[in-house]
Design a protein around this ligand. Sequence first.
Ligand code: BDR
Ligand code: CA
Length: 345
Amino acid sequence: MNARKIIVDCDPGIDDALALMLLLRSPEVEILGITVVCGNVPTAVGAENALKILSWMDRPDIPVYTGEESPLTRSYVDARDTHGSDGLGETFYPSVTSVRPHRDAVQFLADTLAKAKETEEKITILALGPLTNIARLIERHPDCLDAIDGFYSMGGCYRSHGNCSPVAEYNYWCDPHAAKAVFDAFASLPQLSGRQIQMIGLDVTRKIVLTPNLIEYLCRLNPEIGEKVRRITRFYVDFHWKQEGIIGCVINDPLAAAYLIDHSLCTGFSAHTEVETEGICLGQSVVDAFGFWDVPENSYILTRTSPLRFMEMFFERLTGIAAEKLSPALRQLMAPDSADMEGSL
Ligand code: BDR
Ligand code: CA
């Protein structure tokens, strides 16, 4: 299999950690590096967490780079209320000392893309946090962007409500100026023409709820990984109970990773999207679904997904057991309609 070469830009974060676990067990992708941005936790903390995940999954060979430490313009607001003070649900697993993070994520992104451009290779970027590193890449190294053949961003929302304000999702709300710069670049830069941002927003990720029953099933199948997942998600489950009154936790970032691997997990539509940087709609992704503005479509907006099919892939990758074998128990543990493509509100 010819693995797709990807760079994961992230802010680990509990759901980022789960996305990395899924990717590290997926032969369809080769992770060239993990670049960390400030978001859920400060950049240095996120980089420590990335190293922990790589060590758990026995992949210390993948380099981790620290990136931007504050949003472009706005003051930094972390999400430690959601992810815990250590970003991994206050589990305080010891830091990895045998390997350390490298510096300058933006330079790593630029060097990797420039080299790929020379050798006519293509690179896919999966962005699971605020888009600050990517905005800096676009600003400082516009010449290497031709080598990007896929850009996936977990962020935003179309019809679903936000999770930081009535209209804004965290990654775009944390650094709205960066999100705007990236969406604008995909609408206007010739180096990016013909490509769209795959926007995996709350419309679809809200459907992906990891419940205590599912976690229990994972522990039975693979106690080592299952217990890690149970420990790091406990805080996140408590947060969801307090915040949303649900039993379980919404795992946004793994859906973006799963969709990158298998596009049949979600459907959506192409549109021009702008990001608001001011006022009460700060961080809102405004999707021109009806073509009012008559400007180039810069995004593909996901609106429907099958939670069951996602869980089949997630469990298959984390346990090494074929999806067909897992399916009966997953069907029993999930809502009766979870096999359907559930739509946005
Ligand atoms: C996004 O924000 C973060 O808290 C999560 O890691 C995810 O990337 C969801 O709004
Ligand atoms: Ca994230």
